[in-house]
Ligand binder design. Sequence first.
Ligand code: F6P
Length: 343
Amino acid sequence: MEKIGILTGGGDCPGLNAVIRAVVRRSLALGNDVLGIKNGWAGLVQGFVEPLTYFSVSGILPRGGTILGTSRTNPFKQVEQVQKLKSNWQKFGLNSLVAVGGEDTLGVAHKLFKQEGYPIVGVPKTIDNDLAGTDYTFGFDTAVQIVTEAIDRLHTTAESHKRVMVVEVMGRHAGWIATHSGMAGGADCILVPEKKFNVDDVCALIRKRIDRGREFAIVVVAEGATPDETHQVLTKGGHVDEFGHAQLGGIGDWLGKQIEHKTGIETRVTVLGHVQRGGTPTAYDRVLATRFGIKAVELIREKQFGYMASLRGTEIVAVPIEEALNQKLLDPKVFDDASVFFG
Ligand code: F6P
Protein backbone atom coordinates (compact mmCIF):
# COMPACT_ATOMS: atom_id res chain seq x y z
CA MET A 1 0.00 0.00 0.00
CA GLU A 2 1.30 3.45 -0.97
CA LYS A 3 0.39 6.93 0.19
CA ILE A 4 -0.39 9.30 -2.69
CA GLY A 5 -0.63 13.04 -2.06
CA ILE A 6 -2.67 15.40 -4.24
CA LEU A 7 -2.73 19.19 -4.39
CA THR A 8 -4.34 21.84 -6.58
CA GLY A 9 -2.43 25.09 -7.16
CA GLY A 10 -2.83 28.38 -9.02
CA GLY A 11 -6.12 29.89 -10.19
CA ASP A 12 -9.03 27.53 -9.66
CA CYS A 13 -10.72 25.97 -12.63
CA PRO A 14 -13.95 24.01 -13.24
CA GLY A 15 -13.02 20.32 -13.31
CA LEU A 16 -10.49 20.29 -10.46
CA ASN A 17 -12.89 18.34 -8.26
CA ALA A 18 -13.40 15.79 -11.03
CA VAL A 19 -9.61 15.20 -11.06
CA ILE A 20 -9.50 14.85 -7.27
CA ARG A 21 -12.41 12.40 -7.34
CA ALA A 22 -10.81 10.31 -10.09
CA VAL A 23 -7.42 10.18 -8.33
CA VAL A 24 -9.04 9.22 -5.03
CA ARG A 25 -11.46 6.64 -6.42
CA ARG A 26 -8.83 4.97 -8.63
CA SER A 27 -6.13 4.99 -5.92
CA LEU A 28 -8.42 3.59 -3.20
CA ALA A 29 -9.63 0.88 -5.59
CA LEU A 30 -5.99 -0.12 -6.09
CA GLY A 31 -5.47 -0.35 -2.34
CA ASN A 32 -3.62 2.93 -1.77
CA ASP A 33 -4.22 5.80 0.65
CA VAL A 34 -4.70 9.37 -0.55
CA LEU A 35 -3.69 12.47 1.37
CA GLY A 36 -5.25 15.76 0.27
CA ILE A 37 -2.84 18.68 0.60
CA LYS A 38 -4.65 21.92 1.27
CA ASN A 39 -4.16 25.20 -0.61
CA GLY A 40 -1.57 24.17 -3.18
CA TRP A 41 2.10 24.08 -2.24
CA ALA A 42 1.26 26.12 0.89
CA GLY A 43 -0.31 23.00 2.42
CA LEU A 44 2.87 20.98 2.08
CA VAL A 45 4.96 23.82 3.50
CA GLN A 46 2.60 24.38 6.44
CA GLY A 47 1.66 20.73 7.00
CA PHE A 48 -2.01 21.31 6.30
CA VAL A 49 -3.48 18.03 5.01
CA GLU A 50 -6.51 15.75 5.22
CA PRO A 51 -6.96 12.07 4.34
CA LEU A 52 -9.30 11.66 1.36
CA THR A 53 -11.87 8.87 1.44
CA TYR A 54 -14.77 7.73 -0.75
CA PHE A 55 -16.92 9.93 1.46
CA SER A 56 -14.71 13.04 0.93
CA VAL A 57 -15.17 12.91 -2.84
CA SER A 58 -18.81 11.90 -2.91
CA GLY A 59 -20.93 14.43 -4.79
CA ILE A 60 -18.06 16.68 -5.90
CA LEU A 61 -18.04 15.79 -9.63
CA PRO A 62 -20.35 18.66 -10.72
CA ARG A 63 -18.92 21.20 -8.29
CA GLY A 64 -16.72 24.07 -9.43
CA GLY A 65 -13.64 25.20 -7.51
CA THR A 66 -11.53 22.73 -5.57
CA ILE A 67 -12.37 21.01 -2.28
CA LEU A 68 -8.66 21.17 -1.43
CA GLY A 69 -8.37 24.94 -1.78
CA THR A 70 -5.64 26.59 -3.81
CA SER A 71 -2.98 29.29 -3.63
CA ARG A 72 -0.26 30.82 -5.74
CA THR A 73 2.46 29.83 -3.23
CA ASN A 74 5.96 29.39 -4.63
CA PRO A 75 8.02 27.42 -2.06
CA PHE A 76 11.21 28.18 -3.99
CA LYS A 77 10.90 31.87 -3.00
CA GLN A 78 12.50 30.97 0.35
CA VAL A 79 14.94 28.17 1.19
CA GLU A 80 13.20 27.55 4.54
CA GLN A 81 9.94 26.82 2.74
CA VAL A 82 11.55 24.09 0.67
CA GLN A 83 13.05 22.62 3.87
CA LYS A 84 9.62 22.62 5.54
CA LEU A 85 8.06 21.04 2.45
CA LYS A 86 10.66 18.26 2.51
CA SER A 87 10.27 17.51 6.20
CA ASN A 88 6.45 17.45 5.87
CA TRP A 89 6.73 15.08 2.92
CA GLN A 90 8.66 12.74 5.20
CA LYS A 91 6.42 13.30 8.20
CA PHE A 92 3.31 12.40 6.22
CA GLY A 93 5.01 9.36 4.67
CA LEU A 94 4.19 10.34 1.10
CA ASN A 95 5.30 7.89 -1.61
CA SER A 96 4.27 10.12 -4.50
CA LEU A 97 2.34 13.28 -5.34
CA VAL A 98 -0.12 14.41 -8.00
CA ALA A 99 0.31 18.16 -8.65
CA VAL A 100 -2.66 19.65 -10.48
CA GLY A 101 -1.92 23.09 -11.84
CA GLY A 102 -0.80 25.46 -14.53
CA GLU A 103 2.66 26.65 -15.53
CA ASP A 104 3.56 27.87 -12.01
CA THR A 105 2.38 24.88 -9.97
CA LEU A 106 3.80 22.48 -12.53
CA GLY A 107 7.02 24.53 -12.62
CA VAL A 108 7.48 23.82 -8.89
CA ALA A 109 6.60 20.14 -9.47
CA HIS A 110 9.18 19.91 -12.24
CA LYS A 111 11.87 21.54 -10.08
CA LEU A 112 11.18 19.23 -7.14
CA PHE A 113 11.35 16.22 -9.44
CA LYS A 114 14.35 17.29 -11.50
CA GLN A 115 16.54 18.90 -8.81
CA GLU A 116 15.47 16.97 -5.73
CA GLY A 117 14.29 13.66 -7.19
CA TYR A 118 10.77 13.80 -5.72
CA PRO A 119 8.30 11.28 -7.25
CA ILE A 120 5.75 13.71 -8.66
CA VAL A 121 3.34 13.47 -11.59
CA GLY A 122 1.33 16.33 -13.06
CA VAL A 123 -2.15 17.15 -14.29
CA PRO A 124 -2.34 20.33 -16.41
CA LYS A 125 -5.13 22.83 -15.79
CA THR A 126 -6.05 26.35 -16.81
CA ILE A 127 -9.14 27.96 -18.22
CA ASP A 128 -6.82 29.91 -20.53
CA ASN A 129 -5.84 26.73 -22.45
CA ASP A 130 -2.36 28.16 -22.92
CA LEU A 131 -0.22 25.26 -21.68
CA ALA A 132 1.96 23.50 -24.22
CA GLY A 133 2.14 19.71 -24.00
CA THR A 134 -1.60 19.12 -24.22
CA ASP A 135 -4.18 19.87 -26.92
CA TYR A 136 -6.70 21.16 -24.37
CA THR A 137 -6.87 21.81 -20.65
CA PHE A 138 -10.08 21.22 -18.69
CA GLY A 139 -11.86 24.39 -17.55
CA PHE A 140 -11.43 25.98 -20.95
CA ASP A 141 -14.62 24.51 -22.40
CA THR A 142 -16.62 25.73 -19.39
CA ALA A 143 -15.14 29.23 -19.66
CA VAL A 144 -15.95 29.39 -23.38
CA GLN A 145 -19.52 28.25 -22.68
CA ILE A 146 -19.98 30.96 -20.02
CA VAL A 147 -18.58 33.71 -22.27
CA THR A 148 -20.65 32.53 -25.25
CA GLU A 149 -23.83 32.70 -23.19
CA ALA A 150 -22.86 36.22 -22.05
CA ILE A 151 -22.27 37.32 -25.67
CA ASP A 152 -25.67 35.91 -26.66
CA ARG A 153 -27.29 37.98 -23.93
CA LEU A 154 -25.32 41.10 -24.84
CA HIS A 155 -26.50 40.76 -28.45
CA THR A 156 -30.15 41.39 -27.63
CA THR A 157 -29.52 44.45 -25.47
CA ALA A 158 -26.93 45.81 -27.92
CA GLU A 159 -29.42 45.50 -30.78
CA SER A 160 -32.23 47.18 -28.82
CA HIS A 161 -30.08 50.18 -27.90
CA LYS A 162 -27.95 50.27 -31.06
CA ARG A 163 -24.78 50.16 -29.01
CA VAL A 164 -21.30 48.75 -29.23
CA MET A 165 -20.70 46.16 -26.51
CA VAL A 166 -17.13 45.50 -25.45
CA VAL A 167 -16.67 42.22 -23.56
CA GLU A 168 -13.42 41.77 -21.62
CA VAL A 169 -12.55 38.12 -21.03
CA MET A 170 -9.69 36.22 -19.38
CA GLY A 171 -6.59 35.28 -21.31
CA ARG A 172 -3.32 36.51 -19.89
CA HIS A 173 -0.92 35.37 -22.60
CA ALA A 174 -3.24 33.77 -25.14
CA GLY A 175 -6.52 34.53 -26.83
CA TRP A 176 -8.06 31.06 -26.80
CA ILE A 177 -11.10 32.03 -24.71
CA ALA A 178 -11.64 35.27 -26.66
CA THR A 179 -11.38 33.55 -30.04
CA HIS A 180 -13.47 30.46 -29.32
CA SER A 181 -16.23 32.34 -27.50
CA GLY A 182 -16.09 35.19 -30.00
CA MET A 183 -16.50 32.74 -32.86
CA ALA A 184 -19.28 30.84 -31.06
CA GLY A 185 -21.06 34.07 -30.13
CA GLY A 186 -20.66 35.80 -33.50
CA ALA A 187 -18.39 38.66 -32.37
CA ASP A 188 -17.69 41.42 -34.89
CA CYS A 189 -14.13 41.87 -33.70
CA ILE A 190 -11.85 39.81 -31.43
CA LEU A 191 -8.67 41.19 -29.86
CA VAL A 192 -6.05 38.81 -28.47
CA PRO A 193 -2.67 39.09 -26.71
CA GLU A 194 -0.86 37.43 -29.63
CA LYS A 195 -1.69 40.28 -32.02
CA LYS A 196 -1.33 43.99 -31.16
CA PHE A 197 -4.37 45.92 -32.29
CA ASN A 198 -5.03 49.37 -33.69
CA VAL A 199 -8.11 51.19 -32.36
CA ASP A 200 -8.77 52.88 -35.71
CA ASP A 201 -8.92 49.46 -37.36
CA VAL A 202 -11.39 48.28 -34.72
CA CYS A 203 -13.54 51.40 -35.33
CA ALA A 204 -13.36 50.81 -39.09
CA LEU A 205 -14.76 47.29 -38.60
CA ILE A 206 -17.60 48.67 -36.51
CA ARG A 207 -18.42 51.33 -39.13
CA LYS A 208 -18.31 48.75 -41.92
CA ARG A 209 -20.91 46.68 -40.09
CA ILE A 210 -23.11 49.70 -39.39
CA ASP A 211 -22.89 50.77 -43.04
CA ARG A 212 -24.28 47.32 -43.90
CA GLY A 213 -27.34 48.15 -41.84
CA ARG A 214 -26.51 46.36 -38.58
CA GLU A 215 -26.65 49.11 -35.99
CA PHE A 216 -24.81 47.41 -33.15
CA ALA A 217 -21.58 45.51 -32.67
CA ILE A 218 -19.90 43.10 -30.25
CA VAL A 219 -16.18 43.38 -29.58
CA VAL A 220 -14.46 40.67 -27.51
CA VAL A 221 -11.13 41.63 -25.96
CA ALA A 222 -8.79 39.37 -23.97
CA GLU A 223 -7.45 40.93 -20.77
CA GLY A 224 -3.89 40.53 -22.06
CA ALA A 225 -4.50 42.20 -25.44
CA THR A 226 -2.43 45.32 -26.09
CA PRO A 227 -3.19 48.31 -28.30
CA ASP A 228 -0.31 49.57 -30.41
CA GLU A 229 -0.96 53.05 -28.92
CA THR A 230 0.20 52.12 -25.43
CA HIS A 231 2.20 48.94 -26.09
CA GLN A 232 1.48 47.69 -22.61
CA VAL A 233 -0.76 45.22 -20.88
CA LEU A 234 -3.14 47.03 -18.52
CA THR A 235 -2.96 45.95 -14.87
CA LYS A 236 -4.80 46.71 -11.67
CA GLY A 237 -2.15 48.23 -9.43
CA GLY A 238 1.44 47.12 -9.01
CA HIS A 239 0.86 43.98 -6.92
CA VAL A 240 2.41 40.80 -8.30
CA ASP A 241 1.95 37.24 -7.03
CA GLU A 242 4.78 34.94 -5.87
CA PHE A 243 5.43 33.94 -9.47
CA GLY A 244 5.68 37.55 -10.62
CA HIS A 245 2.26 37.86 -12.32
CA ALA A 246 0.36 41.15 -12.05
CA GLN A 247 -3.44 41.25 -11.85
CA LEU A 248 -4.64 42.17 -15.32
CA GLY A 249 -7.67 44.30 -16.16
CA GLY A 250 -8.69 47.60 -17.69
CA ILE A 251 -8.32 47.03 -21.40
CA GLY A 252 -12.10 46.76 -21.87
CA ASP A 253 -12.78 50.15 -20.27
CA TRP A 254 -9.93 51.78 -22.17
CA LEU A 255 -11.17 50.37 -25.47
CA GLY A 256 -14.83 51.24 -24.80
CA LYS A 257 -13.93 54.90 -24.24
CA GLN A 258 -11.82 54.99 -27.39
CA ILE A 259 -14.56 53.45 -29.53
CA GLU A 260 -17.23 55.80 -28.22
CA HIS A 261 -14.97 58.81 -28.71
CA LYS A 262 -13.87 57.86 -32.23
CA THR A 263 -17.15 56.52 -33.65
CA GLY A 264 -19.67 58.57 -31.69
CA ILE A 265 -21.62 55.35 -31.02
CA GLU A 266 -22.76 54.71 -27.48
CA THR A 267 -20.57 51.98 -26.05
CA ARG A 268 -20.88 49.78 -22.95
CA VAL A 269 -18.27 47.54 -21.38
CA THR A 270 -18.80 44.19 -19.63
CA VAL A 271 -15.92 42.63 -17.71
CA LEU A 272 -16.75 38.96 -17.15
CA GLY A 273 -13.85 38.34 -14.74
CA HIS A 274 -14.03 35.41 -12.36
CA VAL A 275 -17.53 34.43 -13.44
CA GLN A 276 -15.64 32.60 -16.18
CA ARG A 277 -13.88 30.42 -13.63
CA GLY A 278 -16.76 29.70 -11.28
CA GLY A 279 -19.57 27.18 -11.16
CA THR A 280 -20.22 23.77 -12.55
CA PRO A 281 -17.94 22.31 -15.24
CA THR A 282 -19.35 21.28 -18.62
CA ALA A 283 -19.68 17.57 -19.40
CA TYR A 284 -16.62 17.83 -21.67
CA ASP A 285 -14.48 19.26 -18.85
CA ARG A 286 -15.71 16.65 -16.38
CA VAL A 287 -14.76 13.86 -18.76
CA LEU A 288 -11.35 15.34 -19.60
CA ALA A 289 -10.56 16.01 -15.93
CA THR A 290 -11.66 12.51 -14.94
CA ARG A 291 -9.49 10.91 -17.64
CA PHE A 292 -6.52 13.06 -16.55
CA GLY A 293 -7.00 11.92 -12.94
CA ILE A 294 -7.07 8.24 -13.92
CA LYS A 295 -3.96 8.74 -16.05
CA ALA A 296 -2.12 10.40 -13.14
CA VAL A 297 -2.63 7.29 -11.00
CA GLU A 298 -1.44 5.11 -13.89
CA LEU A 299 1.71 7.25 -14.19
CA ILE A 300 2.40 6.67 -10.49
CA ARG A 301 1.85 2.91 -10.85
CA GLU A 302 4.29 2.84 -13.73
CA LYS A 303 6.72 5.10 -11.86
CA GLN A 304 6.68 7.60 -14.73
CA PHE A 305 7.58 10.47 -12.43
CA GLY A 306 8.23 13.88 -13.95
CA TYR A 307 5.41 13.20 -16.46
CA MET A 308 1.91 14.57 -16.71
CA ALA A 309 -1.39 13.49 -18.25
CA SER A 310 -2.02 15.11 -21.62
CA LEU A 311 -4.66 15.11 -24.34
CA ARG A 312 -3.39 14.31 -27.84
CA GLY A 313 -6.23 14.05 -30.32
CA THR A 314 -8.65 11.81 -28.44
CA GLU A 315 -5.99 9.91 -26.49
CA ILE A 316 -4.78 10.59 -22.95
CA VAL A 317 -1.01 10.18 -23.03
CA ALA A 318 2.05 10.88 -20.86
CA VAL A 319 4.31 13.85 -21.65
CA PRO A 320 7.15 15.34 -19.57
CA ILE A 321 5.87 18.03 -17.17
CA GLU A 322 8.58 20.27 -18.60
CA GLU A 323 6.59 20.58 -21.83
CA ALA A 324 3.75 22.38 -20.04
CA LEU A 325 6.15 25.08 -18.90
CA ASN A 326 6.08 26.53 -22.40
CA GLN A 327 3.19 28.67 -23.53
CA LYS A 328 0.77 27.43 -26.17
CA LEU A 329 -0.33 30.53 -28.04
CA LEU A 330 -3.43 30.72 -30.16
CA ASP A 331 -3.36 28.79 -33.41
CA PRO A 332 -3.29 31.59 -36.06
CA LYS A 333 -5.49 29.45 -38.34
CA VAL A 334 -8.26 29.48 -35.74
CA PHE A 335 -7.96 33.26 -35.42
CA ASP A 336 -8.07 33.64 -39.20
CA ASP A 337 -11.27 31.60 -39.31
CA ALA A 338 -12.81 33.83 -36.65
CA SER A 339 -11.75 36.98 -38.48
CA VAL A 340 -13.76 35.97 -41.60
CA PHE A 341 -16.75 37.30 -39.66
CA PHE A 342 -15.24 40.59 -38.47
CA GLY A 343 -16.96 43.81 -39.43
O1 F6P B 1 -4.45 31.83 -15.33
C1 F6P B 1 -5.81 31.82 -15.36
C2 F6P B 1 -6.35 33.17 -15.05
O2 F6P B 1 -7.75 32.99 -15.01
C3 F6P B 1 -5.95 34.30 -16.00
O3 F6P B 1 -6.70 34.33 -17.17
C4 F6P B 1 -6.16 35.51 -15.14
O4 F6P B 1 -5.33 36.57 -15.57
C5 F6P B 1 -5.76 35.04 -13.80
O5 F6P B 1 -5.97 33.65 -13.77
C6 F6P B 1 -6.54 35.70 -12.69
O6 F6P B 1 -6.03 35.28 -11.48
P1 F6P B 1 -6.60 35.66 -10.05
O7 F6P B 1 -7.67 34.67 -9.73
O8 F6P B 1 -5.45 35.52 -9.14
O9 F6P B 1 -7.17 37.03 -10.11
